[in-house]
Design a protein around this ligand. Structure first.
Ligand SMILES: CC(C)(COP(=O)(O)OP(=O)(O)OC[C@H]1O[C@@H](n2cnc3c(N)ncnc32)[C@H](O)[C@@H]1OP(=O)(O)O)[C@@H](O)C(=O)NCCC(=O)NCCS
Length: 175
């Protein structure tokens, strides 16, 4: 798939999921701004781990290669229809595999302070809230701590009876 097609799908899923959080923060979701941001992130080497159903993008995780020992995760999105179906498991497992070559690095995310589902997920994954700015909370976790948490969790029962497998996940590069 051409990166421009993927970018359009990402912007549409972001809008669907994030518009209400932007409005709650007194902002508007600006597709052109996200498009420009995505363009810069792609230039920086952004990777997009994707899950598709019947060709449609239903979940993705975007990460940037580490700089100064820090990974940035600009976005993690699950289509509303697929939330609460364990779709995150293969996505997080694949992300953990990818970042495993940098055990001493940390991950950093920013979350709207109104986004209670995301805040709860960060807490369950063991992230620490380290700062707040512009209506966003900044969370961090070390790669090794996240991997340990995911390892423990992978043995527990999935809500969708194992319907989501690691080979569900593909990415924009063969790595
Ligand atoms: C936030 C969001 C990604 C959460 O996705 P979700 O499918 O609703 O997931 P839930 O909140 O039900 O979280 C539970 C899942 O998280 C994962 N999870 C939770 N704790 C975990 C842990 N300790 N270790 C590993 N995985 C864990 C599991 O996959 C778990 O589901 P499972 O137990 O059935 O496998 C989703 O609501 C969304 O896309 N929201 C809009 C976009 C958004 O806010 N993005 C920012 C996210 S940081």
């Amino acid at each position: 798939m051409a990166l421009s097609d993927l970018a359009n799908e990402i912007i549409e899923l972001d809008r669907l999921n994030m518009e209400a959080h932007f409005i709650a923060s007194g902002e508007t979701f600006d597709s052109a701004r996200r498009e420009a941001g995505l363009g810069s992130e792609i230039q920086e080497g952004a990777q997009f781990l994707q899950v598709r159903r019947s060709g449609e993008l239903i979940a993705y995780l975007e990460y940037l290669p580490p700089q100064d020992g820090k990974f940035r995760i600009p976005s993690l999105q699950v289509h509303p229809t697929y939330r609460g179906t364990s779709i995150l498991r293969p996505l997080l497992a694949q992300a953990a595999h990818r970042i495993g070559s940098w055990p001493d690095a940390t991950l950093q995310t920013r979350v709207h302070s109104t986004n209670s589902k995301s805040i709860r997920l960060h807490s369950r994954l063991g992230f620490s809230h380290v700062a707040s700015s512009d209506g966003r909370l900044v969370f961090t976790i070390s790669v090794s701590a996240l991997q340990a948490k995911l390892q423990t969790y992978s043995g527990l029962t999935q809500r969708s009876s194992g319907a989501h497998k690691p080979d569900d996940v593909n990415s924009n590069d063969p790595g």
